[in-house]
Write a protein that binds this ligand. Structure first.
Ligand SMILES: Cc1ncc(COP(=O)(O)O)c(C=O)c1O
Length: 387
């Protein structure tokens, strides 16, 4: 029989994260520092808003771009938070998570043969997204010695006449790095000079610890060339509701809306109504979760450094990305051994790009008690496997 799967699917390896979850499912009593989602449930008033809308019988499709009330609320939210204005009719699109927004963005601007610069380590979907859209991902390395930030010069070295876009995600999954205003300004200058677009995945924008999150389109000249991707999953603990958004200049947003209309039609109405409540009244809950993550962050970073897994201080998201180079193991062997021998799940750094070798991702979206227990088990494992 002839090959049934298309090249674009065959050429992309399965997610390195999923592979680990399959193993976790077969081991009992695992402490998981593996999953990249909040351990909190969605704040009650947000859930209530969704439930009440269902009870009122609001079970229909919505406008393709999303409920106007939500887009208006989102526009006001972005304006309040960052001072950037997006027109709710033309420049905002409500999507099924950032996952959909990311794919629509790539699908709408990347032609076959176009190159998209992707700094790694990065979220697992970036490279496959570029490939599915017919483009070529060009990887550059965010180095540990630069605190996993990238510079304008790093990007400039990767630019060619085929460069269509840069895809960045800060605060970063998996490193927890937050980009400084200075570095982002360098990147903006390179984008302007070489006339490429910037896709900025800012899903962790609300999860920063004592530093500023700079929203990329607020930099001079950048609103015209940025597709801002944002969501509700992480800040409001709403992963299961599947709600996100894209903000972009009208021409690009119109292209994305066209793709969205044919592929998805609209985001679920229940999630959209819950999203309105989140934007209107969710701030206190965001701050509460942030305080809790921050406390865990300090404990895990101190702990990892003490047990011989040196760790750059993560300033955002809920991940630590310690080095395991004090051991004789690869990141895959480390994660595999730690899971089987000590029942602690972490994700090998290589799941986020080849340059993640020598690191593992530890999510601290789990209770302090679990984190402390996991650190004790890891200490044992590191001692036994020391180089
Ligand atoms: C950097 C990054 N972008 C996007 C997503 C997808 O988020 P959503 O739930 O909004 O699809 C994730 C989820 O882990 C992520 O870490």
């Amino acid at each position: 029989m002839r090959e049934v799967l298309a090249e674009r699917i065959r050429s992309v390896p399965p997610s390195g994260i999923r592979k680990f979850f399959d193993i976790i499912a077969t081991v009992d009593d695992v402490i998981s520092l593996g999953v990249g989602e909040p351990d909190f449930v969605t704040p009650a008033s947000i859930t209530q808003a969704g439930i009440q809308s269902l009870q009122r019988g609001e079970t229909s499709y919505t406008s393709n771009a999303g409920l106007m009330e939500l887009r208006e609320e989102l526009s006001a939210y972005l304006e309040n938070l960052y001072g950037v204005h997006y027109d709710p009719s033309e420049e905002l699109l409500i999507t099924v998570g950032v996952s959909e927004a990311l794919y629509l963005a790539l699908l709408s601007v990347v032609d076959p043969g176009d190159e998209v610069i992707v700094p790694e380590p990065c979220f697992v979907s970036y490279r496959p997204g570029v490939i599915f859209a017919g483009g070529t991902p060009i990887t550059i390395e965010a180095k540990v010695e630069n605190g996993f930030q990238i510079t304008g010069a790093d990007i400039e070295r990767a630019v060619t006449p085929r460069t269509k876009a840069l895809l960045i995600g800060y605060p970063n999954n998996p490193t927890g790095a937050v980009m400084s205003r200075e570095r982002l300004t360098e990147i903006a200058e390179v984008a302007e000079k070489n006339d490429f677009l910037v896709l900025s995945d800012e899903i962790y924008d609300r999860l920063v610890y004592g530093v500023e999150h700079v929203c990329f389109p607020t930099l001079p000249g950048m609103k015209e060339r940025t597709i801002l991707l944002g969501g509700f999953s992480k800040s409001y603990a709403m992963t299961g509701w599947r709600l996100g958004y894209a903000a972009a200049p009208a021409e690009i947003l119109g292209g994305m809306r066209k793709a969205h209309q044919y592929i998805i039609m609209c985001a679920p109405i229940t999630a959209q109504i819950a999203g309105i409540e989140a934007l209107r009244h969710g701030e206190e809950a965001v701050q509460e979760m942030l305080r809790e993550y921050d406390q865990r962050r300090r404990v895990i970073v101190d702990g990892l450094n003490t047990i011989g897994m040196p760790c750059v201080e993560p300033k955002g998201a809920f991940y630590a990305f310690p080095s395991i180079r004090n051991t004789s193991l690869s990141s895959e062997e480390f994660s595999d051994g730690l899971l089987r021998e000590q029942k602690v799940a972490v994700i090998p750094g290589t799941a986020f790009g080849e340059c993640g070798e020598g690191f593992v991702r530890c999510a601290y979206a789990t209770s302090l008690v679990q984190i402390e227990e996991a650190l004790g088990r890891m200490e044992d494992f590191v001692r036994r496997n020391r180089r």
